[in-house]
Design a binder for this molecule. Structure first.
Ligand SMILES: Cc1cc2nc3c(=O)[nH]c(=O)nc-3n(C[C@H](O)[C@H](O)[C@H](O)COP(=O)(O)OP(=O)(O)OC[C@H]3O[C@@H](n4cnc5c(N)ncnc54)[C@H](O)[C@@H]3O)c2cc1C
Length: 389
């Protein structure tokens, strides 16, 4: 008979790793179950860098969570001894009425966040690698920067293990069900019981959380690394910000300084230009025409960046209809199951605060963090008349 746990966490990627850490730090007996090995590259939490920023164009409601996430990321670096955050500053570029600029400004003003608005000339003066058009401006935020996803996941798993969590890798969950006052979770190896279940399935949400009734779209996304013409010097984090750059047609591209030494270039990607896929069928090959399209797009914005193409990699977004997250107690099993999914391509900067929220919800049933925006009820279609479910 397997030991009984207080909490089982399904999925030990970004969110599940953080949940395992926060739960075990509070003394809960935790079992974590992960389909792949620790810190793998087949989900959504790999690729060397993730943008973080506080003047959040998506919605000001995210700002208090970001302020807490910044504190928790600093704690995580201290406790794990790993390098995670590089706060090199960031620019949100576009026309003044673009969502990227106007939304960032709205959050900055609403929350009184330190920021500057730069016109095109000032952008070029401060950041000579960037070539904005005359009608483009930027919100500059000194506290924006990047996070290293692999180090984040490794740090959470390391701390969870140190705090006594049992973490099982290469052990996919095949199904789970309510059992007595808690849950029962099945894998090919064993069956486990616990009082509470936390499900952080990333792109496997459509499968593992079908009963939530929330439609998710899984998208294939590509990250590209280019060696800048003339070398990485001007692209080092001391000189170069992270950027999110919106065109007149709403297409957003984002990128990073060169953080991995002289030969590893700088990373760039489109924010939301993915193809619909599934974790089983995703095409992991990046094709020449995709590289050419990215190089072409960048040549009008960071003309020195697409010097030499180095490599590319794929990743998955799990997107909801309104691009906001789902973090809640499971509506059908509110006493025992908590879910975190649908991070819609912008979840990584929230990872540690999501871990804290999941620990709150699983252990106490509620959280002081503002998570109203993430209620799945907003996304579940009303059942059709006569539907049997
Ligand atoms: C290309 C790309 C760029 C991004 N850029 C940014 C950015 O700049 N800033 C930002 O904030 N966010 C960004 N994001 C989004 C962010 O990375 C994701 O929101 C976040 O990583 C999602 O974490 P997760 O825990 O939900 O998923 P994952 O980290 O994928 O974790 C889910 C885990 O569940 C496991 N699992 C699934 N099914 C089972 C099962 N049956 N049994 C056991 N385990 C299971 C999977 O193996 C996986 O390890 C980006 C994402 C991508 C793909």
């Amino acid at each position: 008979m397997s030991p009984t746990y207080d909490v089982i966490v399904i999925g030990l990627g970004g969110m599940g790793g953080a949940a395992a850490h926060h739960l075990s730090a509070r003394g809960a007996r935790v079992l974590g179950l992960e389909r792949f090995g620790p810190v793998h590259n087949r989900g959504s939490s790999h690729g060397g860098s993730r943008i973080t920023r506080q003047s959040y164009f998506e919605d000001p409601a995210y700002v208090p969570l970001l302020l807490r996430a910044y504190e928790l990321y600093a704690d995580l670096e201290r406790a794990s001894g790993r390098d995670i955050a590089v706060l090199c500053g960031g620019v949100m570029v576009g026309r003044p009425d673009s969502r990227t600029v106007s939304g960032s400004l709205r959050s900055a003003r609403e929350w009184d966040l330190p920021h500057e608005v730069l016109d095109a000339r000032e952008i070029r003066r401060r950041f000579p690698t960037l070539a904005p058009r005359a009608d483009e401006v930027a919100l500059y935020e000194a506290k924006a920067g990047l996070l290293r996803p692999e180090n984040t996941v490794a740090a959470h798993l390391q701390l969870a293990t140190r705090q006594g969590a049992d973490l099982h890798f290469e052990e996919p969950v095949t199904r789970w069900e309510p059992y007595r006052d808690g849950v029962r979770v099945h894998t090919a190896e064993d069956t486990y019981t616990a009082g509470r279940l936390v499900i952080c399935p990333g792109a496997w949400a459509p499968r593992l959380l079908a009963d939530l009734g929330v439609p998710f779209t899984v998208e294939r996304q590509v990250m590209y690394w280019f060696q800048p013409r003339g070398g990485v010097g001007p692209f080092l984090p001391a000189h170069h910000p992270i950027y999110v750059w919106e065109d007149a047609d709403g297409v957003q591209v984002y990128g990073f300084p060169a953080i991995d030494g002289p030969d590893h270039g700088a990373k760039v990607a489109f924010f939301r230009k993915g193809e619909v896929t599934t974790p089983d069928s995703i095409d992991r090959t990046v094709h020449d025409h995709e590289v050419a399209a990215m190089a072409d797009h960048m040549s009008g914005r960071l003309p020195d960046l697409p010097g030499t193409f180095l490599k590319a990699a794929t990743c998955m977004y799990t997107t909801t209809a309104d691009e906001h997250f789902v973090i809640a107690r499971h509506p059908a099993h509110p006493g025992s199951v908590t879910v975190a999914c649908g991070f819609s391509g912008h979840g990584f900067k929230f990872v540690p605060v999501v871990g804290e929220i999941l620990a709150d919800l699983a252990l106490t049933g509620s959280t002081a963090h503002p998570i109203g925006l993430f209620d799945p009820a907003r996304l579940t279609a009303a059942p059709a008349l006569g539907a049997s479910t």
